[in-house]
Design a protein around this ligand. Structure first.
Ligand code: 1HA
Length: 270
């Protein structure tokens, strides 16, 4: 891995290697709980990976082997929300959830240890999830005075069904890696020492496939769950492909050349 440093990468690490970007939440002393600065850094890191044409797959993980992420840092929860070092309240974590889903590259959650609360919702937002045997999953919102009724409910329900999703949210129990696998919360479970090797192997398999096919598939899955916003994403991809055709370019050329467009040469494919 090559580490990329950036003054905006507060609380996280950003590495790249052979087409993979790895974003690591680096606050192991609090099981990688996030504060506003952490979320801002993750937004910047995901946008960096999005724009980097050499990156095809993104891994999201946590430092230390004992936690993926334990959600919002409860120590800095103020009267109305989470407070940054300048005293401003507000956590852009819902924006981060959306970004993970709309980036047109697969995002893989690599989970060792705790995936809890808002950290668990981040894992739900990732496209695939590889868990170590020590992984533990759960929501805590109703215990600590919070809840994520947005993607935290919608994606969980899609993944495990409404009965199980209600159990997870209503009882705030914890589930081990095997239980998570059995209910479809993760794709596979491996020994902790094999976690990164296995995750990289999954990434390499995706890197060998058509980036455009994967991009359109991700948008299609989102379209099924995200209503008009999902269709916007899928249609945006269709526009992007159309721009690359002679037919799309004829419209642009005609406009720039101040003439009528001639679309007669383009077949109306049945
Ligand atoms: O619900 C939302 C949102 C909803 C809508 C919109 C935005 C949202 C944004 C965020 C969230 C949330 O994330 S709410 C849920 C917040 N998270 C939690 O309630 C999890 C709290 N942590 C735990 O329950 C436990 O730490 C644990 C089950 C993950 C692990 O337990 P364990 O192994 O016994 O470790 P523990 O000793 O508790 O933790 C180690 C250290 O990490 C402790 O610090 P120490 O006492 O050694 O100084 C512990 O306090 C700290 N820590 C762990 N998680 C957090 C934390 N400190 C602050 N915030 C945490 N989340």
């Amino acid at each position: 891995w090559q580490e990329i440093t950036d003054p905006q990468f507060t609380d996280i690490e950003y590495h790249v290697a052979d087409g993979i970007a790895k974003i690591t939440i680096n606050r192991p002393e609090v099981h990688n709980a996030f504060r506003p600065e952490t979320v801002r850094a993750m937004l910047h890191a995901f946008k960096t990976a999005h724009r980097d044409k050499s990156v095809g797959v993104i891994i999201l993980t946590g430092a230390g082997g004992k936690a993926f992420c334990s959600g919002g840092d409860q120590r800095i929860r103020g009267e109305a929300g989470y407070t940054d070092e300048d005293g401003n309240e507000g956590l852009d974590v819902l924006e981060l959830q959306r970004l993970i889903r709309t980036i047109p590259k697969p995002v893989v959650a690599m989970i060792a240890g705790w995936s809890i609360g808002g950290g668990h919702v981040l894992h739900l937002c990732c496209d695939l999830a590889i868990a170590a045997e020590n992984a533990r999953f759960g929501q805590t919102g109703p215990r600590v005075g919070s809840f994520d009724g947005g993607l935290g409910v919608a994606l969980m329900t899609r993944l495990v069904g409404q009965r199980k999703a209600k159990e997870i949210w209503f009882l705030c129990r914890q589930y081990d890696a095997q239980q998570a696998l059995d209910m479809g919360l993760v794709n596979t479970v491996v020994p902790l020492e094999k976690l990164e090797e296995e995750t990289v192997q999954w990434c390499r398999e995706m890197l060998a496939l058509s980036p455009t096919a994967l991009r359109l598939l991700k948008a299609s899955f989102n379209a099924d769950t995200d209503g008009a916003a999902g269709l916007q994403e899928l249609a945006g991809n269709a526009t992007g492909l159309f721009y690359q055709t002679a037919e799309g370019q004829e419209g642009r050329n005609a406009y720039l050349e101040k003439r009528d467009p001639d679309f007669t040469k383009f077949p109306r494919i049945p």
